[in-house]
Design a protein around this ligand. Sequence first.
Ligand code: IMP
Ligand code: MG
Length: 181
Amino acid sequence: MMTKEEAWRMLNEAELVCTPDQVEQAIGRLGDEIAARLHERFPLVLCVMNGALYFCGKLLPHLRFPLTLDYVHCSRYGEGIDGREIRWKVPPPAHVKGRAVLVLDDILDEGHTLAAIKARVLELGAVSCDIAVLTEKQTGRPKPVQADFVGLEVPDRFVFGCGLDAYGLWRNLPAIYALKA
Ligand code: IMP
Ligand code: MG
């Protein structure tokens, strides 16, 4: 665990990649896009904890139609075991069955996590599974899953803020930063 002095140093040395205004605007636009597709479909929104908590909280007030909210919580095993295997802390709930599901996450990076979540949601009988991400990392590599709604493109660097953490810290920032290279 970093000390608070180290946390401040990490932030001071980081590079701003998205301003608070850019983030707010992106979330407002996503709200409109998501409403256009889902407002008649009574979706079940699934927040991917903990990273999507910030995005979910900011997005919900833009979704002015009936929906239900739930969450999933998962982590990936260390590369030593199988970097692609998902460990569920809280798996998708059985009541996704028959629903139009909207999964919210902080970032689409390699895409293994979201691919596994979507596969499980569809396996449980959801009629559709859209994905909305606050950010997508421009990795330049193919991904096993695409997002239906993307807020902001971010460079292929480690980013934090707006729900994304670096060493467990700074999920609370209203802007997005890249760690010092
Ligand atoms: P993936 O399975 O490679 O797509 O990893 C997705 C998860 O890794 C995300 O939900 C984030 O929690 C985390 N992650 C990936 N890239 C970053 C980053 O740049 N900053 C913070 N977390 C990240
Ligand atoms: Mg995450």
